[in-house]
Structures are given as structure tokens and as C-alpha cells.
Write a protein that binds this ligand. Structure first.
Ligand SMILES: Cc1ncc(C[n+]2csc(CCOP(=O)(O)OP(=O)(O)O)c2C)c(N)n1
Length: 570
């Protein structure tokens, strides 16, 4: 009798077994010749396969699945065009440090390099936009490679990992074993920070008159929100964040300053510009946040906590670098802070009160007001969505003004509720992301806040939503323009609206119906609330066309490359 350990499985079967061992319950994918063997095995498992309508959608969906669930996302596409269609999704996940494993089919090994039908060098193409990638040439390496891929994707600074598997490897046979604990030489992320450096941070906080904490996506990725909140409250330090960091700190907390940067709040930009201590946690000091780097927080001592040593000192000069996992580091900081009695002496408390007074004054100069008159204002739609979902929905966005209004007017109290393509800023992200989020969280309300331009980039995923009974809501802020580009043309190109008019558009209500979804429209402000209520009460995919003020702008706005104090206000 054959012993269990010597039983052999095809590459396709090994892939299925490895996915089960990794705890994968969902794959987003699209079939083709090179991956037929995998698709042939899939029905033998209980893994759910979500058939998207274009491969880019598969990666965005897996990316959003990862963001809201905290688990690594998985997708499967075929060779050649399947793989190239996936590249934009991969690049977006890479820029935002999202753990996703992408399996691509490849032509049989003897044909690689021969310009075979549907051959592309996806390992070469994806090298600059993956955390790591593999071409598996031998079936005996497959199980270990898959294990490594999940380990690398989800550990350290997370990111997408691509595994390219030639068709003959999927068909040949080998034994299978799952190696739970693995070690990869030259890959050893640092989770534990240097405690001496941490004591410096506590000393700096005690001495600071005007400190600010600046958080990013790393806080969310490492599930550090509770620790961050404790830390900020104990040290009485106000908090701002990047777009990716929204939800890491509760927006309803009095210490919350709002978002920082190009479309950040007036008070956040002024606070960072005048602070004497800036503690960056899980952020990468993106140019959309810093503006002109030499003038960014130029009065401050800068502390930077990040798991990725290469992101420290990359964009801004840092005084106290700390390499470590955000959650572990904050835990240590909280312990150190608790051991100081008192943490803040009378003088420090007095200074803090002065600082808060100043911030409150900036808050009162509210620079984000808008006037809802006869035509629907896009900001009003987002505020109504916030109000009618009690702030509890998962919000995905497209890219452009819609994304910024979502960030500014939907207030996030919890992490993993705001899903947006921050680093790459890819239009067409929001709808597949809503699908991935809804698959991961079937009981949550998931809303894609969209622009009329962006939604048309991956509108075919409506069919994926409908055919999987996913009740996602799509709120189109329809201004008939590529609004954000039009805004730049208005402000910096003397209103020459070159190729940004999107009036030639489909009837979104009919289009929704054509896909088997529900289509709704609001053209007057008094219709906004009722239409949202109706959408929320409908347990189906719903697309709402909000016909909004055409030339509304996002404010505040810092012109690219300017100091963040140079805000254009309403
Ligand atoms: C794939 C892709 N192509 C082009 C751009 C450049 N871009 C950024 S915002 C924007 C306009 C978006 O228009 P729309 O989706 O209608 O949203 P709005 O700004 O009007 O809310 C464009 C073209 C992009 N971000 N992504």
C-alpha cells in the first residue's frame, strides 16, 4: 500500500491543498487556457470563486477583501492578457502595502521565451510593483513557494506577491506537504523596536509644547488603532492622518484634527506646520501629504515609527528613527508612558492647554463649509450617507473629487472601514473594491462613492456584484466632468477644460437595470435623503445617480509642491 507521504498530486491539486492550508476561503479570478487545470480542480474544494468580468477587478477585489478582513487576499488569472490586465491592481496593492497573492498561469516551461501564444514575462513586468515574485519551474517547488508567498505577503510591511505557474507544472505530479514554520534567508522583518529609542519619544512628549501624532495605513495594517488611541489620549497629543490612515483614530474624538495634506483640514495643516514634535506612525510621508518637503513640519523634531527601514529618511529628515511593528511599538510606548508618574507635569499640562486652545480656534475658522442651495452639492450627498448609515458603512471610493469628499465628509471612527487607492490613485478601483469588501463582510453596508468618470472604468463589475447577490451601493457623484482634473484646469490652466467633459454618458439608471441591479436618481437636494434610504432598504446591488453641482471644487487645496500652509480656501 502506498504511504500517505509519498502520494503524488498534480500541480493544480497542490495549489488547492496549499490554499486550504493557508486558510483561503475566497479567490477572485478569471479563467483561461493556462489555468484550466486549476479551474478543473476548484469545484472539488469548498473555496469560493468570484468570477469577475476583468482581471483588474479581481486584484482590486482581493485587495479590498484583505483590507477589511485583515487577511491576505487571493486572485487567480491566466497567462498573457490575464496577467497584464492584473498589473494595475497589483501596482495599487503594492503602493498601499496590501497583502495579496496573485497566481498567474504561464505557458509550458519548454515554450517560455519563444513568444508562445499568450506568453508574457509577468515576473519581469511585475518585479517593480510586487513585494516579491516567483516563476515556479518545477512542481516539487510549488508547495513551498506558495507557503513562502503567503508568508511574505502578510509579514513585515505587507504587499502583493505574484506566483507564476507554467501549465506543465500544473499538470505534473509531486508529493505535498505543508510546512507551517518557515524561514527565508535574508528576509527578517523587525517587529520589536529599540526600547532606548522609545524612551527618547516619551522624553520628547514630556518636553513638547505643541506635539502632533501623524498616522498612516501602517497603523491599520498592524491593527494598532486601540493602542494608538490609548497613547494619544494618555499623552494628550492631537492626531492627524494621511488618506490611508483614516479610521486609525476615531474621528469623533476631540483630539482628532482631520486629514493632513493637499486636501487636508485647515487645522491639521496649520498644526503640523507649527508643531514642535511630530510623531509619524506607519506613514511614508507621501508628497500629497508633505507638499514642499523642506518646509514640512520645519519647526519640529520628527519621530518616525515604521516596520520598513527603507521608508525612514526617504522623504523627510527624521530625528528619531524607530524600526518596528506599529502595534508592538505602541504597546511598549504605552507601558513606558504609564510608568511615568505623572506623565505630564503642571507646566506640560499648561502648555498643552494653550496648544489645544490654538487648535480649537483653527477649528472654529471652519474652512470646509458649503452652501446647499438648489442644486445638489456632492459634499451634502456624502454627509447624508454618513448620517443615514450612522457612520457604520464600509466606504470604498473611486479616484478624484469623489474620493476626497468621501475622506472629508464621511467620518471614520473605526479602522478597516475606508478603502481607497491611496498610493496609485487608480480610477476604477471602487466598484471591484466594494465587491471584495462585501464578500469579506456580508453583514455590513458597503458603499462605493464614485465619480461618473471613474465608475465607467470598471463598470462591467456590476455584473459580478449582481450575479453574486452582493448588495453593494454605488453612489455616483455625477458632475459630468472628470472633476478633479477639471478643478486643476480651472485653478492652474485658466479654465481650459481640455478633454474633461464627460457629458456624453450612459443613462446610469438604465445601465444599472440592464445589469439586473436597481437604478435610482436624485436631481434635487430634497431627493437625496429619500433615495439613500431607499437604496439602504433594498437588499440588492443599487446604483444611485446623484446629479450634482457641475463645477464644485474640493477645498482646502494645497497646490502640488507648495508648503501645506499655502491652502486655497473656499
Ligand atoms: C486610471 C486612471 N486614469 C487617469 C487618472 C487621472 N485622474 C485622476 S482624477 C481624474 C478624474 C476623475 O473623474 P471622476 O471619476 O468623474 O471623478 P470626480 O473627480 O469628478 O469626482 C482623473 C482622470 C487616474 N487617476 N486613474
Amino acid at each position: 500500500m502506498e504511504k500517505k507521504s509519498t502520494a503524488k498530486y498534480t500541480g493544480a491539486q497542490i495549489l488547492m491543498k496549499a490554499l486550504k492550508d493557508e486558510g483561503v476561503d475566497t479567490i477572485f479570478g478569471y479563467p483561461g487556457g493556462a489555468v484550466l487545470d486549476v479551474y478543473n480542480e476548484l469545484p472539488n474544494t469548498d473555496i469560493r470563486h468570484i468570477l469577475v468580468r476583468q482581471e483588474q477587478g479581481a486584484v482590486h477585489a482581493a485587495d479590498a477583501y484583505a483590507r477589511v478582513s485583515g487577511r491576505t487576499g487571493t486572485c487567480l488569472v491566466t497567462s498573457g492578457p490575464g496577467a497584464t490586465n492584473a498589473v494595475t491592481g497589483i501596482a495599487s496593492a503594492y503602493m498601499d502595502s496590501i497583502p495579496v497573492v496573485i497566481f498567474t498561469g504561464q505557458v509550458p516551461t519548454p515554450l517560455i521565451g519563444n513568444d508562445a501564444f499568450q506568453e508574457v514575462d509577468i515576473v519581469g513586468i511585475s518585479r517593480p510593483c510586487t513585494k516579491h515574485n516567483y516563476l515556479v519551474k518545477n512542481v516539487n517547488d510549488l508547495a513551498r513557494t506558495i507557503r513562502e508567498a503567503y508568508y511574505i505577503a502578510g509579514s513585515g510591511r505587507p504587499g502583493p506577491v505574484l506566483v507564476d505557474i507554467p501549465k506543465d507544472v500544473l499538470r505534473s505530479a509531486a508529493p505535498y506537504s505543508y510546512q507551517k514554520d518557515i524561514q527565508i534567508r535574508s528576509y527578517n522583518p523587525t517587529y520589536e523596536p529599540n526600547i532606548k529609542q522609545l524612551q527618547k519619544v516619551i522624553d520628547l512628549i514630556q518636553a513638547a509644547k505643541q506635539p502632533v501624532i501623524f498616522t498612516g495605513g501602517g497603523v491599520i495594517l498592524s491593527d494598532a488603532s486601540a493602542e494608538l488611541t490609548r497613547f494619544a489620549r494618555a499623552c494628550r497629543v492631537p492626531v492627524t492622518s494621511s488618506l490611508m490612515g483614516l479610521g486609525a483614530f476615531p474621528a469623533s474624538d476631540p483630539l482628532w484634527l482631520g486629514m493632513l495634506g493637499m486636501h487636508g483640514t485647515y487645522r491639521a495643516n496649520l498644526a503640523v506646520s507649527s508643531c514642535d514634535l511630530l510623531i509619524g506612525i506607519g506613514v511614508r510621508f507621501d508628497d500629497r501629504v508633505t507638499g514642499k518637503t523642506d518646509e514640512f513640519a520645519d519647526k519640529a523634531t520628527i519621530v518616525h515609527i515604521d516596520i520598513d527601514p527603507t521608508s525612514i529618511q526617504k522623504n523627510v529628515a527624521v530625528d528619531v528613527p524607530i524600526v518596528g511593528d506599529c502595534r508592538i511599538t505602541l504597546k511598549h510606548l504605552n507601558k513606558l508612558a504609564a510608568a511615568q508618574k505623572p506623565l505630564l507635569d503642571d507646566k506640560a499640562l499648561k502648555d498643552r492647554n494653550k496648544w489645544f486652545k490654538q487648535i480649537i480656534q483653527w477649528k472654529e475658522d471652519n474652512m470646509m463649509g458649503y452652501d446647499q442651495k438648489k442644486i445638489i452639492k456632492p459634499q451634502y450627498v456624502v454627509e447624508k450617507l454618513f448620517e443615514l448609515t450612522r457612520g457604520e458603512a464600509i466606504i470604498t471610493t473611486e479616484v478624484g473629487q469623489n474620493q476626497m469628499w468621501a475622506a472629508q465628509y464621511y467620518h471614520f471612527d473605526k479602522p478597516r472601514h475606508f478603502v481607497t487607492s491611496g498610493g496609485l490613485g487608480v480610477m476604477g478601483f471602487g466598484l471591484p473594491a466594494a465587491i471584495g469588501a462585501q464578500v469579506a463582510c456580508p453583514d455590513k453596508t458597503v458603499i462605493n462613492i464614485a465619480g461618473d468618470g471613474s465608475i465607467q472604468m470598471n463598470i462591467q463589475e456590476m455584473m459580478t456584484a449582481v450575479s453574486n447577490n452582493l448588495p453593494v451601493k454605488i453612489a455616483i457623484l455625477n458632475n459630468g466632468y472628470l472633476g478633479m482634473v477639471r478643478q486643476w484646469q480651472e485653478l492652474f490652466y485658466d479654465r481650459r477644460y481640455s478633454s474633461t467633459n464627460m457629458e456624453a454618458a450612459p443613462d446610469f439608471v438604465k445601465l444599472a437595470e440592464a445589469y439586473g441591479a436597481v437604478g435610482l436618481r436624485a436631481t434635487r437636494p430634497e431627493e437625496v435623503g429619500p433615495v439613500i434610504r431607499e437604496a439602504l432598504a433594498t437588499p440588492k446591488t443599487v446604483m444611485i445617480d446623484f446629479v450634482v453641482e457641475r463645477e464644485e471644487n474640493v477645498y482646502p487645496m494645497v497646490p502640488a509642491g507648495s508648503p501645506i500652509t499655502n491652502m486655497i480656501l473656499v
